[in-house]
Design a protein around this ligand. Structure first.
Ligand code: DGT
Ligand code: MG
Ligand code: MG
Ligand code: MG
Ligand code: MG
Length: 276
């Protein structure tokens, strides 16, 4: 067929093929989820329903893209790891990033009612996305450790912060402190502010201090918090025997294990090679 005179515009489309033989990580993050969580009455600091919805949306992505080996989620973010020799869409960055991001976003919305029950979805959420390439397994493992370390740091802070606010009756920030009006004789009065701020209380504290505040003041042992809150969720494929015939089937499982331990990666060597 003869080419139209408009065909030349194709030349403006630039190549965005990702380097071959490198680990492709796609990380999505909810846009303005601070507000989204407030608007939808998410429990502070962790809403189990919301985390389960994130995991289910990620599961729906993993089910669709068989080249995905793992997914790791926490808070409003999810990371997806493609197998190293993935050749989906000829490794075109935009195709990979946009299809993953849109599948995740629509799944989050589509399955909303399954997890959030009576809470109405007030507006469509959106997620940003980026692709990062990692050259070897060690760096990829460090990436996963980095995201999980982030869960721990944030969750310990948030758990202590919201315990101080909700149970310790400290105000969250300087903007809303307790105000007492003291009236002196002869009708003079002045405002007496008690600056019991949770933020101030936690300023400069290390992990041990927060653990101690929780334990000594509120009788909360941080170790007993839910694993999903402390460690996030790892999704991966696993081959299992489904019946006595020894037939193997691949399923997607979720765990909340400690990935900061090197033993985790020794025990899960097949994570990088599992056939989907
Ligand atoms: P961004 O990502 O720059 O558009 O802005 P945000 O607001 O999404 O900030 P980000 O991603 O750094 O932090 C995640 C926010 O999501 C965090 O401020 C609190 C909120 N969030 C995530 N999970 C939960 C939850 O289970 N409960 C509540 N209450 N909030 C949550
Ligand atoms: Mg962000
Ligand atoms: Mg966000
Ligand atoms: Mg985030
Ligand atoms: Mg098309």
């Amino acid at each position: 067929m003869a080419k139209s005179s408009f065909e030349y515009v194709k030349k403006f489309e630039l190549d965005d093929t990702l380097l071959p033989n490198t680990w492709i990580v796609v990380r999505l993050d909810g846009k303005c989820f601070h507000k989204f969580a407030d608007d939808h009455n998410f429990k502070k600091p962790n809403d189990l329903r919301a985390l389960k919805l994130m995991n289910y949306a990620a599961f729906s992505v993993m089910r669709d893209f068989s080249d995905l080996l793992m997914g790791f989620g926490q808070s409003d973010e999810y990371s997806f790891v493609f197998k190293k020799d993935c050749n989906l869409y000829k490794r075109r960055a935009a195709k990979l990033l946009t299809t993953i991001t849109s599948k995740f976003s629509t799944s989050y919305t589509y399955y909303w009612n399954k997890f959030l029950g009576d809470q109405q979805l007030l507006y469509p959420p959106s997620f940003d996305g980026r692709i990062v390439l990692y050259p070897n397994e060690d760096t990829l493992i460090d990436y996963m450790k980095w995201r999980q370390a982030d869960v721990h740091i944030n969750n310990l802070y948030n758990t202590t912060f919201w315990t101080l606010v909700q149970e310790g009756k400290l105000s969250p920030t300087q903007a809303s402190f307790n105000c007492y009006v003291i009236t002196l004789n002869k009708g003079h009065s002045f405002n007496f502010y008690i600056l019991f701020q949770a933020e101030k209380r936690l300023c400069g504290t290390v992990s041990a201090d927060k653990n101690e505040i929780l334990f000594k003041e509120f009788n909360i042992n941080y170790n007993n918090e839910l694993e999903i809150f402390k460690r996030g969720t790892l999704l991966f494929r696993k081959n299992i025997n489904i019946d006595e015939s020894n037939k193997c089937s691949t399923v997607i499982v979720d765990v909340h294990d400690d990935m900061l331990k090197d033993s985790f990666w020794k025990d899960h060597k097949d994570l990088f090679t599992i056939k989907s």
